[in-house]
Design a protein around this ligand. Structure first.
Ligand code: NAP
Length: 481
């Protein structure tokens, strides 16, 4: 399906290879190689940073309207090609074609939203305490941005960063995940076709450490925007101290779902299913632990099981597939170890319960629900990143909110209740950057997405997403007496 893409490094408007160095990309469903891409490192990253620095001189000065025009065009081009792009995404990442189609549309929507925001980088006129002075706050693009993205959403994680960065007037060096560079390559081609000036967007595929270190050591890179694990986020944070770089970090999660006794059970079960099993549980905001009020636990679990039993595991490119493979063997081992640990400590398997025995070589896992859950199980304390859903019962609101908050993560939490007073009360107490009330799909371009505590700093989406890429310059203007 794919030709070799050894010229996958995009610097200053040109596609480049690296002599003798390539990385093989595998289809996670079949474990067959699908193509090769260039394996870049420090040298290519330095060149990309230089190109971005040069391009910033003009891109950063353009009126927002002109930057907007190119982002609109990129949005249009992405939507025109949605079927092909979705197929590429499924082939390299594994998720079902319907989910990939949804992701490409979401990725395009980030470009649309920030095309609109590009012309709205407002400043402020501050009422002065002094009669002889006027005070202004002028937003300016921060400069060259290093963007590092993960494999779980290979398209939308890129446009969620590049959309606001470019709208703000920044220029970018992107390092996509080595598991899923093909969607990133396609996005670069879209920017190229949309008329993005050379050097505004650059991409280096290759060695994470070398590319990351070069970004960290560069004085030119003023901001690193990263989505990935909390461990790598902490490393970037520590190493950014040398040049006091600004950081925007979207890190791991461990989302609780709280289902109260007055909840709409069918809605809660449908949403819990979607939240847990979307992208095979490999989503930062996916439900990792479900707390259900004791009085409705039986009915909730039965409803949920009926829905889970209908999910079809298989090859993502087949139209009726719901769940594809996990990304790799390491991911599969982690999911299995969370399940084994829970079962050893007394969990009961409601449905699923292990590896999926289909005829594909990839690391497939059955959508699994477990009950009789205790707090000491690993699954209740760590991000699983796979399709295992633990259900624990509770009896009182205060205790379940305490349990929900008892984690270093703070990305997303969900609650299901038909009582407005409870919805507001619990929402206010949850220490999470995103709270879904009777809604487990909160992510959207127009709203700020981001975590509290060790789930990250900064926001993506909304006008707040563009603020990350703007510095506020305070201007004090003396006008005489
Ligand atoms: P990861 O291992 O942290 O990798 C993320 C990216 O960072 C990859 O491109 C990776 O490249 C790169 N990287 C690793 N070490 C680096 C270094 N020293 N310097 C620079 N870059 C480096 O995370 P992942 O496994 O791909 O993604 C899963 C994690 O992302 C989960 O924890 C999930 O919750 C989180 N996530 C968060 C959000 C959010 O919005 N909060 C969204 C999606 C995912 P290599 O693969 O080559 O190491």
């Amino acid at each position: 399906m794919f030709e070799k893409q050894t010229k996958s490094i995009f610097i200053d408007g040109k596609w480049r290879a690296v002599d003798g160095k390539t990385d093989t990309i595998y289809n996670p469903a079949t474990l067959e190689p699908i193509t090769e891409v260039a394996y870049g490192g420090a040298k290519e990253t330095e060149e990309a940073i230089e190109a971005a620095k040069e391009a910033f001189k003009t891109w950063g000065e353009l009126p927002g309207r002109e930057r907007s025009r190119i982002l609109y065009k990129a949005h249009e081009l992405m939507l025109e090609d949605v079927d092909r792009l979705a197929e590429i995404l499924t082939t390299e990442q594994g998720k079902s074609l319907k989910e990939s189609t949804g992701e490409i549309k979401a990725a395009a929507n980030f470009l649309l939203w920030y095309a609109e925001e590009a012309s709205r980088g407002y400043g402020e006129w501050v009422p002065s305490s002094f009669k002889e002075k006027r005070m202004l706050v002028v937003p300016k693009p921060i400069g060259v941005v290093g963007a590092i993205t993960p494999w779980n959403f290979p398209a939308s994680m890129i446009t969620r960063k590049l959309g606001p960065a470019l709208a703000a007037g920044c220029t970018v060096v992107l390092k996509p995940s080595p598991e899923t560079p093909l969607s990133a390559i396609e996005i670069m081609k879209i920017f190229e076709r949309a008329g993005m000036p050379s050097g505004v967007v650059n991409m280096v595929t290759g060695e994470a450490q070398a590319i990351g270190d070069t970004m960290l050591q560069s004085k030119t890179v003023r901001l690193i925007t990263f989505t990935g694990s909390t461990a790598v986020g902490k490393h970037l944070m520590r190493e950014s101290a040398n040049h006091v770089k600004k950081l925007s970090l979207e890190l791991g999660g461990h989302a609780p779902i709280l289902v109260f006794d007055d909840a709409d059970i069918d809605l809660a079960a449908t949403m819990a299913l979607g939240s847990k099993f979307r992208n095979n549980g490999q989503t930062c905001i996916c439900a990792n632990r479900i707390y259900v009020h004791e009085s409705i636990a039986e009915s909730f679990t039965k409803t949920l099981k009926e829905k889970v039993d209908q999910l079809k595991v298989g090859y993502g490119l087949e139209k009726d597939t719901d769940l594809g493979p996990l990304i790799n063997e390491q991911a599969s081992k982690k999911v299995q170890s969370h399940l084994d640990d829970a079962v050893e400590k007394g969990a009961q398997v409601v449905c699923g319960g292990g590896k999926w025995s289909g005829d594909l070589a990839g690391h497939f896992f059955e959508p699994t629900v477990i009950s009789d859950i205790t707090d000491d199980m690993r699954i209740m304390n760590e991000e699983t990143f796979g399709p295992v859903m633990p259900i624990q019962t509770f009896t009182d609101e205060e205790t379940v909110v305490e349990k929900a908050n008892d984690t270093d993560y703070g990305l997303a939490a969900y609650l299901f209740t038909e009582k407005t007073s409870r919805a507001i009360r619990v929402m206010e107490k949850l220490e999470y950057g995103i709270v879904g009330i009777n809604d487990a799909f909160p992510a959207t371009p127009e709203a700020p997405f981001g975590g509290m505590k060790q789930s990250g700093v900064g926001k993506e989406g909304g006008h707040q997403g563009m603020d990350e890429f703007l510095e506020k310059k305070f201007v004090s203007l003396g006008i005489g007496n």
